[in-house]
Design a protein around this ligand. Sequence first.
Ligand code: GLU
Length: 299
Amino acid sequence: MTGPVFRFAPSPNGRLHLGHAFSALLNFELARRAGGRFLLRIEDIDPARSRPEYEQAIREDLAWLGLEWELPVHRQSEHLDFYREALEALADRGLLYPAFLSRREIDERVRRIETSGTPAPHDPDGSPLYPGEERTMPGAKRLALMEEGRPFTWRLDMAKATALAGALDWRELGEGTAGERGTVAARPEMWGDVVLGRRDAPVSYHLAVVLDDAAQGVTDIVRGQDLFHATSVHRLLQVLLGLPAPSYRHHRLILDEDGKKLSKSLASTGLAELRAAGVSVPEIRRRIGIDAALAAIPS
Ligand code: GLU
């Protein structure tokens, strides 16, 4: 029996800031306290947004904070076949369908719904839900469009998937955006027919993250509250794919001095910038309140 397994899973599409420092340190320290393992996973599945120089910078910033992680580091771009197989397995079970509408066409449809007087439903991130009309496209038309080489995404048939999976919940050790904790009911239908695969990035974040967490034996997922609602989709995918359920601890986000979300500009919050300005690691720890956060978590 191995102990708990924690991971920090940044996407190398930018530099790390104080918010990442909080998340990484919380994972690292909780793993250490529990006598468990700490993994670093590089979520570089989207080739358009990932850059090797950011990955290198992530390692430097984390090492500066005093973190140590197991080697080799799991890089998603090296496991694309593994993700693709799972995507195909879901497609073979009739849980996915190809959707050909472009972003612009989807926006137009949503606008049309809204101007007709019915409010269009939105997902927890505030984006309008995909209208879902291609779910019922006749098979022959689908095939013809695919043969024509029309670009498409693979979408999950949410109604079918949730009917198959039944009621879902998860163990929340932290806190959701509305204070949810303990046993939380998953509501993946809030996201509509989510995209699980696309041409440019072979599979979506949602699918890769649940496959990796299971393959790496991650037992404790500690991440920001911005991913709280995504957990509903993750639980659904875990059940559909027969994967174990980890526990979740969603933590508060680090805000800037005015209490607002950290801005994109890293001048006052980027770890490299703070290091260059002579700010010490103990000072970083103080600014993000990591020791107080750890002290508030019972061992
Ligand atoms: N790669 C994701 C991000 O950087 C985090 C994934 C996760 O913790 O589940 O936002």
